[in-house]
Design a protein around this ligand. Structure first.
Ligand SMILES: *[C@@H]1O[C@H](CO)[C@@H](O)[C@H](O)[C@H]1NC(C)=O
Ligand SMILES: *[C@@H]1O[C@H](CO)[C@@H](O)[C@H](O)[C@H]1NC(C)=O
Ligand SMILES: *[C@@H]1O[C@H](CO)[C@@H](O)[C@H](O)[C@H]1NC(C)=O
Ligand SMILES: *[C@@H]1O[C@H](CO)[C@@H](O)[C@H](O)[C@H]1NC(C)=O
Ligand SMILES: [Ca+2]
Length: 529
């Protein structure tokens, strides 16, 4: 890997600010060789206890108001300790669960004692960030004076609106929660997100021996990566492809429901209830901001953590496109292909307009609440919100691509022969009676084109509707009859009508005509033939 000198580095930084780039990169110093390190975009992990809001329920469960003496399980007869909320040295407020301890001094939150036994001694500790986070290592809760006999770890994904159990803890899982005891090491890739009850952190081993209750994240990762977390790529691939896996490690709030304090390995002793209480000195939450793989940092703004979104995304979790980008082009970034991932940047409205609008418009407008794009001013005789249809009076040339400039062909329906200027998808115009052809510019048999404004009219006489008795069809409109005949088809013999035929030679009457006359005049005429 080539060492980057100061000038190229500066250029790269400038370039980064201007261009879209596919990956987040940091300038790493690995084995004394400085180089760019490419990785999927995610903020570095931090201990989120530094920025958590702590709420303890019920109100008044914190000791010291009024001041109270307490004993310990290790030595229940030495009860010289006192909790007094009004004294800085003797108070144990909730924020001591998240403080930085200095000089080896352990500071802790502590509850009232179980003096109201047998009413259960319950306490809820709710930790809130108002931001979705992704846990990256074990959550560790440190209990002074013994770990609870039973408790539930819960989480919320929606800022505290709904909650779900994360893990159950009891010295007897079956007895307390009706669940068989499990360990995370029992889990396989197929059920790594199963909510289990564990007895590992609740059995009495002495108050000073084991102080921690752990939610094992590392061991769950190891199901995919192997025991030394070497194959992180396998984890990232799983994160991409296994539904619900990322959600499992994501939360906005964590709640500890403390259900029963440490009992010292025996039954509750009613004669000394001052030794039963909860005390927590520390809660470690190693996590990172969940930014949908679109940010490499996360910072507090107005006391709320916000992702510093890249890739034209915005919002607290980079969960949408910035306003000048096409909303529907939003995708989360991905870890794949490993190791750099794909940015899936939001697309600019101008560049997407061309493909969203089938190359017939370069302007879109967005209807935000419908999350749809509508193309503006479709050209090339197209219409529709994606310019995907032909304007009325045009039809699609099916042998051309939708993006072709000539895709819409004018119907050219003949104004005289058509009843509408619009045509069907195949280009057929709607013809008036007697008209025919795709454009309705010709006539059916028996009809005659009469020119603009008229179109086709039915023939009065033609080859099938012949003029009789030697009459001539003039312009398909009328029969011109010989002397002595009249009627539309010259079918009437004038002398017959006037009874003047005897004086004529009748030479023009052919046998055919005679028979036709027979048909029309009946028995009276029959006598003449
Ligand atoms: C703790 O929270 C649960 C809801 O998860 C609620 O039902 C319960 O009453 C709370 N307990 C206390 C002591 O506030
Ligand atoms: C929580 O975060 C949202 C931003 O997503 C912000 O609008 C809101 O004010 C925050 N609420 C509190 C209580 O800080
Ligand atoms: C998880 O799956 C493995 C293998 O399929 C099985 O042996 C184990 O019992 C399961 N664990 C739980 C908690 O269901
Ligand atoms: C449709 O497009 C093809 C290919 O360019 C062309 O040959 C044909 O004439 C077009 N048809 C119409 C009706 O314009
Ligand atoms: Ca502390």
């Amino acid at each position: 890997m080539e060492r980057l000198k100061p000038l190229p580095l500066l250029l790269l930084l400038v370039a980064m600010g201007q261009c879209q780039y596919d990956t987040c990169r940091t300038f790493g110093d690995l084995e004394a060789e400085s180089r760019w390190e490419f990785a999927a975009c995610q903020p570095p992990p931090t201990n989120m206890k530094e920025v958590m809001q702590i709420r303890v329920d019920p109100p008044g469960v914190t000791c010291g108001n009024p001041p109270e003496r307490f004993c310990t399980l290790d030595n229940p007869y030495l009860c010289s300790d006192e909790c007094d909320a009004s004294s800085p040295d003797l108070s144990h407020p909730p924020q001591l669960m998240g403080d930085r301890e200095r000089g080896g001094l352990i500071t802790y939150w502590q509850t009232v004692t179980w003096s109201k036994y047998p009413v259960p001694l319950l306490a809820n500790i709710t930790l809130s960030w108002n931001k979705s986070l992704e846990v990256v290592d074990d959550l560790v809760v440190t209990f002074e004076y013994g770990r609870p006999t039973s408790m539930v770890l819960e989480k919320s994904l929606d800022k505290g609106v709904t909650w779900q159990p994360y893990q159950f803890y009891a010295d007897d899982c079956m007895d307390t929660f009706g669940m068989p005891p499990k360990r995370v090491s029992d889990l396989a890739p197929s059920n790594v997100t199963r909510v289990i009850c564990t007895e590992q952190y609740s059995r009495w081993v002495g108050a000073k021996e084991e102080k921690t209750v752990v939610f094992e994240v590392r061991a769950r990762f190891q199901v995919f990566t192997g025991p030394k977390l070497i194959n992180m790529d396998a984890l990232y691939t799983r994160m991409e492809t296994t539904k619900g896996l990322r959600d499992f490690f994501t939360f906005t709030n964590i709640r500890l429901r403390l259900l029963r304090p440490a009992l010292g390995g025996t039954y509750v002793q009613r004669d000394n209830l001052l030794k039963y209480f909860y005390a927590i000195s520390n809660i470690d939450i190693p996590a990172r901001c969940q930014c949908n793989l679109h940010a490499s940092s996360c910072s507090p703004r107005d006391a709320t953590l916000m992702c510093d979104c890249e890739h034209n995304t915005g919002g607290q979790d980079c969960e949408r496109c910035n306003s000048e980008f096409t909303p529907s082009s939003w995708r989360p970034g991905t870890f794949l292909p490993l190791p750099k991932g794909t940015a899936n940047a939001c697309e600019a409205a101008q560049t997407t307009a061309n493909c969203e609008c089938n190359a017939h418009s370069n302007r879109c407008s967005f209807i935000d609440f419908l999350n749809v794009v509508t193309c503006v001013s479709c050209k090339h005789n197209t219409r529709g919100n994606r310019c995907q249809y032909c304007r009325l009076g045009y039809y699609r040339n099916a042998s051309l691509a939708l993006e072709d400039q000539n895709v819409c062909v004018e119907c050219e329906c003949d104004a005289s022969g058509s009843s509408s200027p619009h045509c069907s998808q195949s280009g057929s115009c709607q013809c008036k009676e007697g008209a025919a052809g795709r454009r309705c510019d010709s006539c059916l048999p028996g009809y005659m084109w009469r020119g603009a404004g008229v179109g086709c009219t039915v023939n009065v006489c033609d080859e099938t509707r012949t003029c009789q008795n030697g009459g001539t069809c003039v312009d398909f409109v009328s029969c011109e009859c010989p002397k002595d005949f009249e009627g539309a088809y010259c079918e009437q013999n004038v002398c017959l009508k006037k009874n003047t035929c005897l004086g004529d030679d009748g030479s023009s009457a052919s046998p055919v005509t005679s028979r036709l006359v027979v048909l029309s005049l009946g028995l009276l005429v029959f006598a003449f033939s």
